[in-house]
Design a protein around this ligand. Structure first.
Ligand code: NAP
Length: 248
C-alpha cells in the first residue's frame, strides 16, 4: 500500500497541502491527515468529496507531541508496512513575546512540536520511503536569523532548516527528495495565535504577508524540481540572500 502523510492538516498551510496534493497523487492509495482537531480534519475530508481524486482520505486525530500516540503510530506502520510516497511535516506553533514573559508551557510546546515531533515523525516514516519519495519540512523565514521576541520559535525553525538541508544531502543517494519550506508571514490562524496575546504584527510583516495557496503551490513546485529549499516571494528571497551573506 502506498500512502502520503500530512501533519497540521486541519488548518492553514497543512490543509492547503491536502487540497493541492490530493488531486495529483495518482499512485497513492491513502492520504493520511494528522492534527488534533477531529472535526476540522473531517471538514477537510468533506471538502475533497466529489473531487476526482485517487487516494482514500483517512483522518488521524492525534497530538503528535504525545509519546504514546507516536508509539501507536510506529506500531501501525510496522503492521501495515506501507510505502510512503510523501511526508509533509507542517504542524507547528509559535508564540511571540519576550522569553522571560512566556510561560514554560508555551516555550516547551514550541520545542516539542516544531523540533521533537517533526524529527520523530521523520524518523518513524523514513524506513518506509523509497526512491522517488518526498519529504516536505515546513520551517520558516524565522530560521534565517535569531529573532528577539520570537526567540524560541526562530530557534526551533533554524533547527528544522538545518535538519532538512542536511537530510536532503544524506538521502540524495537514495533518490529521496527533502524540501525545506521557509515562508515569511502567511495569512493563516497561526498569526492570531502567535501574536494575539503579546502584541501586534509589525507593519513590515503585514506588508510582506503571503497568500497560503501561493506559498503551498510554490513549495510543491519546488519539491517536484527537487529543490532543497523553497522560498516564496521576493522579500523573503532577499532576506534569505542577506542572511547567507550572498547579498551584502
Ligand atoms: N502562518 C505563518 O505566518 C507561518 C510562517 C512561516 C512558517 N509557518 C509554519 O507553517 C506551519 C503551518 O502553520 P500554519 O500557518 O498553517 O498555522 P495553523 O493554521 O495554525 O496550523 C497549524 C497546524 O498544526 C496543528 N497542530 C498544532 N499542534 C499540534 C499537535 N500537538 N499535534 C498535531 N497537530 C498539531 C494544528 O491542528 P490542531 O490544532 O487541530 O492540532 C494545525 O493543523 C507551521 O509549522 C508554522 O510554524 C507559518
Amino acid at each position: 500500500m502506498n500512502i502520503a502523510i500530512i501533519t497540521g492538516a486541519s488548518s492553514g498551510m497543512g490543509k492547503e497541502f491536502v487540497l493541492k496534493l490530493a488531486p495529483i497523487l495518482r499512485k497513492t492509495d491513502e492520504l493520511w491527515l494528522i492534527a488534533r482537531n477531529s472535526e476540522k480534519l473531517e471538514e477537510v475530508e468533506n471538502a475533497l468529496k466529489g473531487m476526482n481524486i485517487v487516494p482514500e482520505i483517512k483522518v488521524f486525530p492525534m497530538d503528535i507531541t504525545d509519546e504514546n500516540k507516536l508509539k501507536q503510530f510506529t506500531e501501525a506502520m510496522m503492521i501495515l508496512n506501507p510505502k510512503i510516497s510523501v511526508l509533509v511535516n507542517c504542524a507547528g506553533v509559535g508564540t511571540y513575546g519576550a522569553f522571560d514573559k512566556q510561560s514554560r508551557e508555551e516555550t516547551t510546546e514550541m520545542v516539542r512540536l516544531n523540533v521533537l515531533a517533526l524529527t520523530q515523525l521523520t524518523k518513524i516514516c523514513l524506513p518506509y520511503m523509497r526512491k522517488g519519495s518526498k519529504i516536505i519540512q515546513v520551517a520558516s523565514g524565522a530560521a534565517f536569523r535569531p529573532q528577539p521576541e520570537f526567540a524560541v520559535y526562530a530557534a526551533s525553525k533554524a533547527y528544522v532548516y538545518s535538519f532538512g538541508r542536511a537530510l536532503a544531502k544524506e538521502l540524495k543517494q537514495r533518490g529521496i527528495v527533502v524540501t525545506t519550506v521557509c515562508p515569511g508571514p502567511v495569512e493563516t490562524p497561526f498569526l492570531e495565535h502567535a501574536y494575539g496575546r503579546y502584541g501586534e504584527l509589525s507593519k513590515l510583516k503585514k506588508l510582506v504577508m503571503a497568500n497560503t495557496e501561493k506559498v503551498v503551490a510554490q513549495a510543491i513546485k519546488d519539491c517536484k524540481k527537487k529543490k532543497e529549499v523553497s522560498i516564496y516571494g521576493l522579500p523573503m528571497k532577499l532576506l534569505y540572500g542577506l542572511s547567507r551573506g550572498v547579498i551584502r
